[in-house]
Each structure stands twice: as C-alpha cells, then as structure tokens.
Write a protein that binds this ligand. Sequence first.
Ligand code: 3PG
Length: 208
Amino acid sequence: ASELTARVCALAPVIPVLVIDEAGSAADLARALVAGGLPALEVTLRTPAALEAIREMARVEGGVVGAGTLLTEKDVEAAKEAGATFGVSPGFTRRLLDAAEANDLPMLPGAATPSEAMYLLQRGYSVQKFFPAEGNGGVAVLKAWGAPIPQVRFCPTGGVSLQNAATYLALPNVACVGGSWVAPAAMVRSGDWAGISRLAAEAAALPR
Ligand code: 3PG
C-alpha cells in the first residue's frame, strides 16, 4: 500500500504542509514550491478553500498534490474527487483506511506508538507519518523504533523545521519530513513567491 507514498517521499526531503485560505493564489504557491525544488505538496483539509486549492494545484506542472488532515471517509472521497494523488492523516481509523483503499487513494497514515506502527505495517503501510514528531519525542523516539521495527519508514511531521530536519533525515528509518515552515502564512498572504521559492530551495537542499 506504500509504493506511491514511498515515491512521493523520494521526490524531495520535505513535504510542505499547507493551510490555504485563498484558492485563488494556490497555483502561484504551488509553482513557487515546485520551482524551489519541492514537488510533493500536502494541502490540509482545514479550510473552506482547501478542496478548490487542490483542484488548482493539481494542474501545476511538476507538482504532486496530496490532501492532508483526512479524518473521515467523506474526506477521502472529497480529496480524491478534487484530484489529490495521495492522502495524509494525523492518525488512522479502520474506516479511514478502508475508504482510502476503496477509493484507490494511497495513504500516509499517522502513527504515534509502536502498536500503531505495527498495525499499519500489518495492513501494508510501510511508510507512515510520525505525528506529532517533536511532541512525541522526536529523533530519539524514531531512532528507538528503528531497532524493533526497521521495516517501517517515517515522515515525521509536527514541529519539524529547517533547524532540526537534518537530524531526522539522517535516521535510516526516515523517508522524508513534513513541515509548514516553507510556506509561512504572512508570505503566502503577501504573495511573496520568490521568498517562498527560496525557503523551498533551502529545504530541498537538506542532506539525506
Ligand atoms: C500539521 O499537520 O499541522 C503539521 O504537523 C505541520 O506541523 P508544523 O506546523 O509544526 O510544521
């Protein structure tokens, strides 16, 4: 179940986590991030504009647009319908995973404990989100999980920044990281696309 999400993670070291208020500028934002070297984008379904933003961004050349904050079956269906090519969730429920599988939407489901990681692995998810990364113990915890569960690779998200991303990316069980720092709300609001491209380029250059 994780081949596509593994490929999404392989595109760049960072998946921008985007909260979009204005669908009208979503394509510009996507172009700025893609131009900076971050093609995989997660649009969180937390704003009324999110689905329209996914529709706009899905047309941007070079972008690979996913929907985040998928909590329910309805979210999965709406994301798929809007053109999302992958889904992200802070956690998972059986119903959510069933819906993602029924709708053919590759998922990056969230795990916060070894039992969750084990359950997801059993269902075929060998790439998982580790959420919230910093709140759950960060690099030390992921490193510890890597000993008994080395076959799962993670996308830590939540509190990840340019400052700590490299220490996550250095772990063998980290595939990529997620973070909102590459698209600060004020820069999006003011349309500072060159500035966002610069932040993206910095993130894209992180070693792994
Ligand atoms: C989220 O789902 O909001 C992500 O965890 C983003 O977290 P961040 O703002 O700490 O990068």
